[in-house]
Design a protein around this ligand. Structure first.
Ligand SMILES: NC(=O)c1ccc[n+]([C@@H]2O[C@H](COP(=O)([O-])OP(=O)(O)OC[C@H]3O[C@@H](n4cnc5c(N)ncnc54)[C@H](O)[C@@H]3O)[C@@H](O)[C@H]2O)c1
Length: 385
């Protein structure tokens, strides 16, 4: 276990930027999640936030003033900022429908990109972003902070160790009982800004956890379902019944997905439902099964250990994987997410959460939305990039 933690610490070492210059970062979109980006960058002595952009006049200025970020230039959108600044990197913290355009623009201008999750809204957009990434040779990483969790990483390690044999079935669990995200307005729930609902917001984390565990096999077909009974009900929102009128995405989705390598994924996710949880996540293999306790996997943690189920000498056996504790100076998953991006730039390294994997995550989300609209199974076809 110590070995895992030591390796984890090695990755977080601070390295001086080549040429003695700090990494120049711009923040695109200064809403809710941008604050976490700014706060973590400010903890890094070799990074400086030099610019911030937001479509809403005065929002970026107020954001920087509130967080005590000085010597920053402000812009009305990603375009002006990228045109006028000499940036090393941007954090794209815009709502989902504004993920693709700033990412493509930044990459086309030679800027490294940390793009918040989900990758995009549609598969077509994700393919366009990847084309720009390929042409640019720059780093593009997708903002899944649970990737930095040693306990989450343990899931993949158990599968890779061969302890479960050949994996053939994945089952997603978790989900929220009442958790449509509207703390700062309606950008998650309007079609024009969020584009997709629970399936993209928290479904993308659940997919990343399970697909990541088995090495991200290519999805082949999807039969998907989406609904929006809660989001469109004025009684759902105690203080803002008017939100029901603008709700234009899904609040629940379920799907049956065939993956390459003879694996099936039984998926469900919820922003709101009349149930406490959709259950534990399961990974079934020929030699063993793994139970991942129902979790808010977007936080990167479990409150109970993983359990492995096996037959030993004909007897059913189960054992728990002890939860890994973090050292006292551990700076948190969000810090590590940003730091791994910064380190990749410093070291000419690879994207910590590569699009070569997340394109499959996006293809499934896209497949669920399309299949639900059509009312039948769809084939997943990913164009050449
Ligand atoms: N990783 C996490 O834990 C986490 C948590 C919350 C949200 N997110 C993701 O972060 C993204 C943003 O979510 P949020 O809740 O902060 O949204 P938000 O609506 O609070 O903020 C988005 C901001 O982007 C601005 N914007 C949109 N397009 C722009 C453009 N082209 N140029 C400049 N500014 C632009 C908007 O005006 C808005 O102020 C979403 O995709 C969401 O899924 C991730």
């Amino acid at each position: 276990m110590g070995d895992i933690l030591n390796r984890f610490q090695e990755q977080t070492e601070v390295k001086a930027f080549v040429g003695d210059r700090k990494l120049k970062v711009g923040i695109i979109g200064t809403g809710w999640i941008a604050e976490a980006h700014a706060v973590e960058y400010m903890r890094m002595p070799d990074v400086e936030i030099v610019a911030a952009a937001d479509l809403v006049p005065g929002k970026a200025e107020a954001f920087c003033e509130r967080l005590g970020i000085s010597n920053v230039r402000f812009y009305p959108s990603h375009k002006e900022m990228i045109d006028q600044e000499q940036l090393d990197a941007v954090s794209i913290c815009t709502y989902n429908c504004q993920h693709a355009a700033p990412a493509i623009y930044a990459l086309e201008h030679g800027v490294n990109v940390l793009l918040e999750k989900p990758f995009t809204v549609t598969l077509e957009e994700a393919v366009q972003v990847m084309k720009a990434e390929k042409k640019s040779g720059k780093i593009l990483t997708i903002g899944f902070q649970p990737r930095m969790s040693a306990n989450m990483q343990m899931i993949r390690k158990i599968v890779e160790s061969g302890e479960l044999g050949k994996v053939y079935y994945l089952q997603a669990g978790g989900g929220r009982r009442r958790g449509i995200p509207t703390p700062y307005g309606t950008s998650f729930i309007e079609k024009e800004t969020g584009g997709i609902g629970a399936v993209g917001d928290i479904g993308s984390y659940s997919l990343d956890m399970l697909l990541g565990a088995v090495g991200y096999p290519k999805p082949l077909t999807v039969s998907g379902y989406t609904s929006n009974y809660f989001g469109t009900d004025p009684d759902y929102y105690a203080d803002h019944p008017e939100y029901a009128k603008v709700f234009g995405v899904d609040d629940f989705s379920a799907a049956f997905i065939r993956l390459e390598g003879g694996i099936v994924l039984d998926f469900r996710i919820s922003w709101a439902m009349n149930m406490d949880t959709c259950g534990d996540a399961l990974i079934l293999g020929t030699k063993g099964g793994l139970k991942i306790p129902s979790t808010e996997c977007w936080n990167g943690e479990f409150d109970r250990p993983l359990t492995v189920f096996k037959q030993v000498s004909g007897q059913p056996v189960q054992y728990e994987i002890p939860l890994i504790k973090y050292p006292e100076d551990f700076k948190g998953f969000f810090y590590e997410k940003l730091r791994s991006f910064v380190q990749a730039i410093f070291t000419n390294g690879k994207a910590p959460v590569p699009t070569s994997e997340i394109i499959y995550n996006q293809a499934i989300i896209d497949g669920i939305v399309k299949s639900a609209e059509l009312g039948r199974e769809v084939q997943i076809e990913i164009p050449e990039i």
